[in-house]
Unconditional design. Structure first.
Length: 462
């Protein structure tokens, strides 16, 4: 059970900043992987894009077991003096950081092809399917224990996005500036520099996890779920939960759009436009705009119009922007940067409120079933996010292979034009799919969320 100090300390800025550091820590390894792993293994390690994408997809099927298992472990764990969820941050921050660093070992580039594929497979599974899962699921589930107030949770969602955006700023801006070098007039990725960068980010991740642990407090008692585990009942609960299915579909396609944009940035800027500086600038501007536009206004717009409504409209606008960019095919890199940033702002509105939408889904499930299953629901959602990551990596890898991309053909005109097309078409498909999923599947309108909050408040006060 949470200790008395945690219960009586009011929710405030300390919690919001601490929770921000948690996602900052997550994304020091997550964004590094989604933005640079494919590029590192194709250009430095010499592994084909199709093989890298396939390994990422296989890892996500492993997550089908590890995510749900971790969710059950969290739900069934007993609260300690530090809370129910916080202890996992301290336990697992070291393993997840070390595994991330091991993925980017350029010193192994001279090993056999089979060894390099096996090394990627093992280290990627350790990082994403085991260690990242064991820290991310407790971290995400913790929001419900920090405060029972929906407004506080919405603020936590905003601050989580701020943490993610700051990580994007550091990784997206800093990495291209340091990791790329010019060789024979061409912009290429330096393997040794990427190894050093991965090590630095791993250390930063540990520090941020520990800051989150020390700053955040759990106030809502979440007792251990001691009911007998019934896989069939759990699956039935998941597949009959329309809100959960809707947010899963939306999250999967959101990750498809977002990670394809981030992943293809490592190809379209240096290969099509020949400008690593533009990649850094695009990341800088999109991150700053999310902080200046999305962070302060997303919660206010969601409170007025509804989270579902805001997310749906923003994704429709992003689809239109990607289609216009594809049709115009701007020759000037800075025009492309403008489209990139505008689409990222639209994505940012949804990304800023999506964590609050997860707590809405958890509340809706409790209203319908009478049982609070924060860990399990968050685990299923986390698995959907990883599927989105895998599908984007698999799709990106497959499409790059389809257009003939390799280290030898990376700057051929036909290949670079194919890179540009992928960078617009794939995100557009993802955005329109998100909008359709939210509109037709996800049922939690503004009115429904308010009804659920009132019902739970009445139930808990009895």
């Amino acid at each position: 059970m949470a200790n008395e100090m945690q219960k009586t300390t009011p929710f405030g800025m300390r919690d919001k900043v601490g929770y921000m550091f948690g996602d900052f820590a997550n994304d020091f390894t997550f964004i590094l992987s989604s933005s640079f792993l494919m590029k590192f293994y194709t250009d430095v390690m010499g592994v084909s894009a199709g093989v890298v994408g396939m390994i990422m997809m296989i890892a996500r099927f492993v997550d089908a077991f590890t995510d749900v298992t971790m969710g059950q472990i969290v739900d069934r764990s007993k609260p300690t003096k530090d809370g129910k969820f916080r202890p996992w941050l301290k336990r697992m921050c070291g393993p997840v950081a070390i595994a991330s660093f091991l993925i980017f070992q350029s010193g192994l580039a001279g090993m056999s092809y089979g060894f390099k594929v096996a090394w990627l497979f093992v280290t990627y599974i350790l990082w994403g399917s085991i260690f990242y899962t064991s820290v991310n699921i407790p971290y995400g589930s913790m929001a419900s224990a920090i405060s029972a107030d929906p407004k506080d949770r919405a603020e936590l969602s905003t601050w989580r996005t701020i943490g993610s955006t700051l990580a994007s700023l550091v990784i997206g801006v800093g990495t291209p500036m340091v990791a790329y070098v010019t060789v024979n007039g061409q912009t290429v990725l330096s393997g040794s520099r990427m190894t050093i960068i991965a090590g630095v980010f791993s250390v930063c991740a540990i520090l941020c996890y520990l800051l989150c642990f020390n700053l955040v407090r759990e106030r809502v008692d979440v007792p251990a779920n001691n009911s007998k585990m019934d896989i069939g009942k759990m699956l039935k609960s998941v597949f009959t939960n329309r809100a959960l299915l809707g947010i899963i579909a939306a999250a999967l396609f959101l990750l498809l759009a977002m990670l394809t944009m981030q992943g293809m940035a490592g190809y379209v800027f240096p290969n099509f436009y020949g400008s690593a500086a533009a990649q850094s600038t695009a990341s800088l501007l999109s991150s700053v705009l999310i902080l200046l536009v999305c962070a302060p206004f997303a919660s206010k717009l969601a409170s007025r119009f509804g989270k579902k409504e805001l997310a749906t409209v923003s994704c429709i606008v992003a689809t239109v922007l990607e289609v216009i960019c594809f049709v115009l095919k701007p020759a000037n890199v800075w025009v492309y940067v403008g489209f990139f940033c505008a689409a990222f702002i639209c994505l940012g509105f949804f990304n800023t409120i999506i964590w609050a939408m997860i707590t809405d889904v958890i509340d809706d499930s409790e209203v319908r079933n009478g049982i609070r299953e924060d860990g399990t629901i968050y685990a299923v959602y986390s698995f959907a996010r990883k599927l989105g990551q895998a599908f984007s990596s698999g799709l990106t890898g497959g499409l790059l292979t389809m257009i003939g991309y390799s280290a030898a053909t990376a700057f051929d005109p036909e290949v670079t034009m194919g890179i540009f097309n992928i960078s617009c078409i794939a995100p557009a498909i993802g955005f329109v799919a998100v909008a359709l999923s939210l509109f037709f599947i996800y049922p939690l309108t503004k009115q429904k969320v308010e009804e659920n909050v009132a019902a739970l408040a009445q139930r808990h006060n009895k």
